[in-house]
Write a protein that binds this ligand. Structure first.
Ligand code: SF4
Length: 366
């Protein structure tokens, strides 16, 4: 029997796959995504991961950027069906950090060497534009050499502009799914896929480094939906992409749904690395929760960011978007040391630099 040769070929920005002698597909083509997402050919998958590593190293060497994550509020006005801190979860133990507490997290993070702070929270009306811009401005004034990433959900364009003017550099807003019907399955009526996409385009136009992304294996998700997600990301050209497995939370309508798989998540990480070669791609905490070696496998499939937690230890276990969240409860310094050892074991090293997207011009902030 003739052996089928499978080869991924990288020629500057053109990445192609050869299957057999004469089938050649461009990585920007939907058909190759489908093939890579569904194949059970181990040779092809190994080609996929090694190609993703080549592209990752070409742009970032062996650096894995660590971002200091501050989960500053778990109040949320929304009721996303998959989320453990949705407003209907009366059992969630709610908390908010004060501006002083947030600054204190940044102080200790800065001393450890972090040069990116990620402020993440639910859509909490307590943090009005005035309060949030004040927090962003205070961090940026104290640490002008640091990047500030916000992840606080859907806002109007004027609000996004205010945060940007105050010093926010990046914004993470996973689109979750680009398919309108699938979006409806995951979110209540008052939320819409159109508005989520509008937010992402607004953020991009304002000048943020923008992060989109999806949950892998969310209820009702099909391969066709994932293909639409890749199509959307090809169009949006985000600077960052958050891809993690869906993990159920016991106090949500999806409590009994199956989790997403490690296999599908790392395939998607690798495809995303090839599709958007310079993207910043986290190996998520959810991946580490799903599998003890999940983050290493994510990095070996092209991921290049990790987000250790700088939040006060007393609140960490209350920011539970899904069950059994990987939460060491250890000091930030200890968490960082463990991550560094983990990365060294697989030939990478943690970098605490700002780590902007390769080739991206960084704005001056005054
Ligand atoms: S996913 Fe985000 S917006 Fe939705 S309920 Fe959870 S914190 Fe709120």
């Amino acid at each position: 029997m003739k052996r089928i040769i499978i080869k991924l070929v990288i020629i500057t920005d053109f990445i192609a796959i050869y299957i057999g002698d004469d089938v050649m597909l461009d990585i920007k083509d939907k058909n190759i995504w489908r093939e890579l997402l569904t194949t059970d050919n181990p040779e092809l998958l190994e080609e996929l991961y090694s190609s993703a590593r080549i592209v990752q190293k070409e742009h970032y060497g062996n650096k894995i950027f660590a971002r200091g994550l501050i989960e500053f509020t778990n109040y949320c006005k929304n009721d996303c069906y998959y989320c453990g801190i949705r407003r209907s979860n009366r059992d969630a133990c709610r908390y908010r950090l004060t501006k002083e507490q947030i600054l204190s997290c940044c102080d200790s993070g800065y001393k450890l060497g972090f040069r990116t702070f990620v402020l993440q929270g639910g859509e909490d009306g307590y943090y009005t534009d005035e309060r949030l811009t004040d927090i962003v401005y205070s961090i940026k004034s104290r640490y002008p050499d640091c990047a500030i990433t916000l992840s606080v959900g859907e806002k109007n364009r004027e609000s996004y502009q205010k945060y940007f003017d105050a010093g926010a550099d990046r914004y993470l807003l996973r689109h979750e799914t680009a398919n309108t019907d699938h979006y409806r399955l995951l979110h209540p009526q008052e939320m819409s896929c159109e508005n989520r996409k509008r937010c992402l385009w607004d953020l991009k136009e304002i000048g943020y480094q923008v992060g989109a992304g999806i949950m892998v294996g969310s209820p009702g998700q099909t391969i066709e939906h994932i293909l639409e997600d890749l199509e959307f990301m090809k169009e949006l050209q985000p600077d960052m992409v958050g891809i993690g497995p869906f993990l159920p939370h016991h106090a949500t309508p999806f409590a009994n749904e199956s989790a997403g798989t490690l296999d599908m998540t790392i395939r998607l990480l690798a495809i995303t690395r090839l599709l958007l070669p310079e993207v910043l791609l986290p190996a998520t905490t959810a991946l580490g929760t799903l599998d003890p070696t999940g983050r290493e496998k994510g990095v070996l499939a092209g991921a290049n960011v990790v987000m250790p937690n700088l939040s006060p230890e007393s609140v960490r276990e209350n920011y539970l978007l899904y069950d059994n969240k990987l939460c060491t409860g250890s000091e930030a310094a200890e968490g960082l040391r463990m991550l560094d050892e983990m990365m060294k074991r697989i030939g990478y090293e943690i970098s605490l630099d700002r780590g902007d997207r390769a080739g991206r011009e960084v704005r001056e902030w005054h």
